[in-house]
Design a protein around this ligand. Structure first.
Ligand code: SF4
Ligand code: SF4
Length: 136
């Protein structure tokens, strides 16, 4: 069964040199889409949207972890404290992934964690500190 998931990968200086994208494509027949990249020779992180057969994604995940790269499914780690949110809308304009929109009838700000690419912009834009991103 084909599926699509979003992952955050964290690299050390050693693992940052590995050709992970090429391996995903060639060895596991996975289509990766880089949503965000903050990486150099000292390490860093990638947010990948990947599509492929479920069993291949599982195998690729095991392979990546064996290389010393931390890998987390992304949408499980971003959340909004609904009690703190005051629907001010500050997050809507700063989010590059359009993870927020204003409901035209209720004027409430709706959050879709599946779209998040972990850029962290909403964390600083949200004065009531309603947004939480706990990656590791
Ligand atoms: S910035 Fe914070 S308080 Fe304002 S709508 Fe977004 S999540 Fe809610
Ligand atoms: S961290 Fe916030 S602003 Fe950035 S993509 Fe996710 S929801 Fe949007």
């Amino acid at each position: 069964m084909r599926t699509r998931k979003k992952y955050l990968l964290a690299f050390t200086p050693d693992s940052a040199r590995l050709p992970i994208i090429a391996v995903l494509v060639k060895k596991f027949d996975i289509t990766p889409n880089i949503m965000q990249a903050r990486i150099n020779e000292r390490g860093g992180r990638l947010v990948l949207d990947i599509e492929g057969e479920s069993k291949n994604i599982e195998k690729a995940r095991d392979y990546i972890i064996e290389q010393g790269i931390e890998m987390r499914e992304l949408n499980k780690h971003i959340s909004r404290d609904e009690w703190r949110c005051i629907d001010c809308g500050a997050c809507v304009s700063v989010c590059p992934a359009e993870a927020f929109h204003v409901d035209p009838e209720s004027y409430e700000v709706v959050f879709n964690p599946d779209k998040c690419i972990a850029c962290e912009s909403c964390l600083t834009a949200c004065s009531p500190r309603a947004m939480k991103l706990e990656l590791w």
